[in-house]
Design a protein around this ligand. Structure first.
Ligand code: UFG
Length: 329
């Protein structure tokens, strides 16, 4: 029986595939390669270049493979892009989920682990954020993922498809052996942009807004290592396999770092005096997102190994230094 990883050529998905293969599990990857990279997919995984919205092609994959569970990473995830182009997000993310659940239902596949996000909370009511706190997204990306969570909940009621939504906070870092890492075009995420400035590929890192309602005025995020995230997915798959009910978990470190603190941490981690500038706010950014992840630790037994942002940045730095142009295909 195989685990199907949708979006397994993307940043987080490719780390998940590597982790599953290292765990000696059978892995099938589906990715449309719009943002993912063929090179990022572990050679021992079976690969299909298929779009999650292409029902006929997805049906064929399920016909050919013996799928026992699905891990769903195949979504667009850039907050400012979603503000500028919301329909792109509701089409690929939300409508893709409907197609996927229809195909799962038709093939009697009843387990799905889903990449949800801190962006479903909007401007949080409490810090750190608990899973039971209100979900009021302030950007279309967060809204599209909240809709996906709700669609899964109704599909569970009607069809018994059990799901785990993992609400990621800010993911960073790379595989420790330096073989895979983060490569988006264009890059919009803070850690790779800081490191590109460290490599001289950018003149400076622009820090978006110094007038947020936070201690130093820069907005605050909770950074979690991509390998710790992959571990949580393995635990979530095991939880569903053992008959666990549908559930949702925050995945973060419970510690917030401002943009300015991240730039300072990167200077320490790299030993490079990375140039920075203060710019205007970026649309769609909440002031502060920090997770309470007690539930994942308690229920799933999740024990993240990286609790220091400098160590997270060091693994990303190793990837950026060894792959300054990212993947070649
Ligand atoms: N930032 C800058 N300069 C940059 C890029 C980012 O100051 O050049 C700031 C942003 O304003 C934000 C922080 O760095 O405060 C992190 O921004 P990212 O773009 O790296 O990440 P986001 O917080 O926007 O979003 C990420 C994921 C989402 C996820 C969210 C959850 O991309 O999928 O984390 O917190 F939902």
């Amino acid at each position: 029986m195989a685990v199907l990883v949708l979006g397994g050529a993307g940043y987080i998905g490719s780390h998940m595939v590597k982790r599953l293969i290292e765990d000696e599990r059978e892995v099938v990857v589906v990715d449309n390669l719009v943002t993912g990279h063929r090179q990022a997919v572990h050679p021992d995984a079976k690969f299909y270049e298929v779009d999650v919205r292409d029902k006929a092609a997805l049906n064929q994959v399920f016909d050919q493979e013996n799928i026992e569970a699905v891990v769903h990473f195949a979504a667009f995830s850039i907050v400012p892009e979603s503000v500028a182009n919301p329909l792109k997000y509701f089409d690929n993310n939300t409508s893709g989920m409907i197609t996927l659940l229809e195909v799962m239902k038709a093939h009697d596949v009843k387990q799905i682990v889903f990449s949800s996000t801190a962006a479903t909370y909007g401007n949080p009511v409490n810090i750190p954020i608990k899973e039971t706190d209100p979900q009021q997204p302030i950007n279309p990306y967060g809204e599209s993922k909240l809709m996906m969570e709700k669609i899964m909940a109704w599909a569970d009621q009607a069809d018994g498809i059990k799901w785990v939504a993992l609400r990621y906070f800010n993911v960073a870092g790379a595989a420790e052996d330096g073989t895979i890492g983060e490569d988006h075009a264009p890059e919009t995420h803070l850690v790779p942009i800081i490191l590109q400035a460290g490599l001289g590929q950018r003149d400076y890192i622009e820090m978006f807004g110094d007038d947020y309602n936070t201690p130093d005025g820069f907005n605050v995020r909770d950074y979690v290592h991509v390998l710790d995230l992959a571990d949580a997915h393995i635990l979530a798959l095991d939880y569903l396999k053992e008959g666990g009910d549908s559930n949702q978990f925050n995945l973060g470190s419970a510690t917030g770092f401002s943009v300015k603190e991240m730039v300072e941490a990167a200077r320490k981690a790299t030993g490079v005096d990375i140039p920075s500038k203060i710019g205007p706010r970026r649309p769609g950014d909440p002031d502060i997102l920090v997770a309470n992840s007690d539930k994942a630790r308690r229920v799933l037994g999740w024990a993240p190994k990286y609790d220091n942002v400098e160590d997270i940045i060091k693994t990303a730095w190793q990837w950026h230094q060894s792959h300054p142009e990212g993947y070649t295909k």
